[in-house]
Design a protein around this ligand. Structure first.
Ligand code: SF4
Ligand code: SF4
Length: 366
């Protein structure tokens, strides 16, 4: 299973979506359990994967390196704001299987939400990793908000190339800024969805499938790859971020919660403690309730977000508003499914191209 390790609650940034430097957390700001406790806990799992998270995990680089030295794991993941990636020594860099790097798309959009200079710094650091020969997955992790043009911003990130003319980012994932910040922060959410987001998604899906037809490429656009994979195989999706069943969050005090971003409400999400819980007790520890349980597209959506489902921060109406975006995305992909099937039948593309690193922190459903 994947263990999401909060290495620190500190962050060098104060991005609009998170306002890290203005928020208090009901946990120690730094890790307060012993590495021996963590080691004992992960040793009970035959296939532990460590995913470093924060705050900004690279602000606790020494501790991260000690964990990589002392806590055996099958794979390593990091979710980072990308500012300090250039400081990673080769010895640690090349052990990573997947990096999720926060960037919102074009320079003006990224810098507006994440601060002046963010775009160039992050892109420069990712270019540096590629130049050093890092070939594993680096996915651009976007937040989409009212200034985002989803077609422009995703296309921009997918189009970036490294010095060898290979894609700079292996994949793109985005999450819509819905149900975390206040509903009132949106000037006109419905207008943005109708006039910008929905048409943008339709253009993007068209581009994605044209790439398959023309080049035989299935670009890793997480929301599309994940959902289309489910439509093609018919295998029901579980909650796609993995929370409550496969991706468990280890808080700085050693308690385990189902989701990393619900720390203020942690008693609701508490599912264990590294000192007293066996990893197998975490499997299916927490699941989405209504309306996901009786939703007609539950097997395709998977439930979107445990946090939003259990707490409904925007109320019932806000929850349905968000589900309309899921319905739109699923319907758009369903309409294009025959084109994808015929490409599979002719051998232009293969099912293997729809495989991806599941539950790595990309939630699939935006
Ligand atoms: S579309 Fe909405 S109600 Fe349906 S499963 Fe997804 S999140 Fe739950
Ligand atoms: S999708 Fe929701 S439940 Fe899953 S990690 Fe994100 S906030 Fe947590």
């Amino acid at each position: 299973m994947i263990y999401n390790i909060i290495l620190t609650h500190d962050c060098n940034k104060n991005c609009t979506y998170c306002l890290n430097q203005e928020s208090e957390v009901p946990f120690p700001r730094q890790v307060a359990y012993s590495l021996d406790d963590l080691k004992r806990f992960t040793a009970m799992d035959d296939h532990p994967v460590l995913a470093f998270y924060g705050g900004e995990p690279l602000l606790a680089m020494d501790l991260m390196e000690r964990m990589m030295d002392e806590v055996p794991a099958e794979k390593y993941i990091i979710q980072t704001n990308g500012h300090f990636l250039n400081r990673l020594e080769d010895e640690y860099l090349f052990q990573f299987d997947c990096m999720l790097v926060s960037i919102d798309g074009r320079k003006e959009i990224t810098d507006f939400y994440r601060g002046e200079g963010t775009h160039d710094r992050v892109i420069g650091n990712v270019e540096n990793l590629r130049k050093r020969g890092f070939k594993a997955e680096i996915t651009a992790r976007m937040c989409a908000s009212q200034r985002t043009d989803i077609h422009e911003d995703v296309s921009y990130l997918l189009g970036l190339r490294d010095g060898r003319d290979a894609p700079l980012f292996s994949g793109v994932h985005w999450q819509n800024d819905m149900q975390f910040g206040a509903r009132e922060d949106w000037d006109d959410l419905d207008g943005w969805l109708r006039e910008s987001y929905y048409p943008g998604i339709e253009f993007l899906v068209e581009d994605w499938i044209s790439d398959m037809e023309l080049q035989g490429d299935v670009r890793l656009v997480y929301p599309f790859t994940g959902i289309m994979g489910t439509l093609l195989t018919g295998t029901p999706a579980k909650l796609r971020c993995g929370c409550g069943h496969f991706n468990h969050n280890i808080c700085t005090d050693g308690r385990i919660t189902a989701c990393p971003v619900s720390s203020d409400f942690y008693p609701r999400f508490l599912i264990g403690d590294i000192r007293s819980t066996h990893p197998r007790e975490l499997v299916n520890a927490l699941e989405c309730g209504e309306p996901c349980t009786s939703c007609t597209i539950r097997d395709i959506c998977g439930g979107r977000c445990l946090y939003a489902n259990l707490l409904k921060p925007w109320g019932e109406a806000g929850f349905s508003n968000t589900c309309e975006t899921v319905q739109h995305l699923v319907n758009t992909l369903k309409r294009q499914q025959p084109r994808v099937r015929s490409l599979l039948e002719t051998g232009r593309i293969s099912m293997a191209q729809f495989e991806y690193f599941k539950y790595n922190g990309a939630e699939i459903i935006p």
